[in-house]
Design a protein around this ligand. Structure first.
Ligand code: ATP
Ligand SMILES: O=P(O)(O)O[C@@H]1O[C@H]([C@H](O)CO)[C@@H](O)[C@H](O)[C@@H]1O
Length: 160
C-alpha cells in the first residue's frame, strides 16, 4: 500500500538517514497541494529526477489555513497525503504543522531542495541551510495556466 510512504517526522528522519547511509541523494520539496493539478504532477516528477529519492513535506490543514486563509484547504490533510503518496515518483510524505518547513528541512538535511519557479531561490525557505550543508536548490518552471486557486475560481463560476 502506498499509504506506507506517509511517515511521521521521526520516521522520515530515520528514512533519510538510511538513504544517506546508502549514498542516495535526497530531493526535498514541500507544499500545500490542495486540489492536485497538472502543474503539481509535472514539477514533482521533474523534482524526483534531480536525485534518488523524493521526500515531500506536506502542510497540515492548520498550516494551510494559516498561510492560505480560513477557507483553505479544500482537501483535508489525510486525503492530500494519500494522493501524494500514490504518486510513483514520491518516495515519502511527511506532514508539517509549522508555517514553514524550515525545522523539517534542518532535520532531513536533503541534498536538493526544489520548488516551482513561482519562488525565487532567495525566497525559498531552507535554501540557505541546504546550501550551507553542501546541497543545492533547484526551481522548476511552472506549467502555465494551472493553480489550485484558478481551479477553485473556475468551479465557483461554473456552479454560481
Ligand atoms: N502550475 C504549476 N506548475 C508547476 N509547479 C507548480 C504549479 N503550481 C504550483 N506549483 C508548485 O507546486 C508546489 C505546491 O504549490 P501549491 O500547493 O501552493 O500550488 P498552487 O496551485 O500554487 O496553489 P494555490 O493556488 O493555492 O497557491 C509549489 O512548489 C509550487 O511551486
Ligand atoms: O504550496 P506552496 O504555497 O507553494 O507551499 C508553501 O511553500 C513555502 C515555501 O517553502 C517558501 O519558500 C512554505 O513556507 C509554506 O509552508 C508552504 O509549504
Amino acid at each position: 500500500m502506498t499509504e506506507s510512504k506517509i511517515l511521521t517526522r521521526k520516521q522520515a528522519v530515520l528514512r533519510a538517514e538510511q538513504w544517506h547511509s546508502e549514498d542516495k541523494q535526497i530531493v526535498f520539496t514541500n507544499g500545500c497541494f490542495d486540489i492536485l493539478h497538472l502543474g503539481h504532477i509535472d514539477y514533482l516528477e521533474k523534482a524526483r529526477r534531480f536525485g534518488d529519492k523524493l521526500i515531500l513535506g506536506l502542510n497540515t490543514d492548520a498550516s494551510v489555513s494559516c498561510i492560505k486563509g480560513p477557507l483553505r484547504p479544500v482537501v483535508n490533510e489525510y486525503a492530500r497525503a494519500r494522493l501524494m503518496a500514490a504518486l510513483a515518483f514520491v518516495d515519502a510524505v511527511t506532514l508539517f504543522d509549522e508555517e514553514t518547513p524550515l525545522e523539517l528541512i534542518q532535520a532531513l538535511k536533503p541534498d536538493i531542495l526544489v520548488k516551482g519557479d513561482d519562488y525565487a531561490v532567495a525566497d525559498i525557505v531552507g535554501a540557505d541551510f541546504v546550501i550551507q550543508n553542501g546541497g543545492r536548490v533547484q526551481t522548476i518552471p511552472l506549467v502555465a495556466g494551472y493553480s489550485t486557486t484558478a481551479l477553485i475560481k473556475k468551479i465557483q463560476e461554473a456552479y454560481r
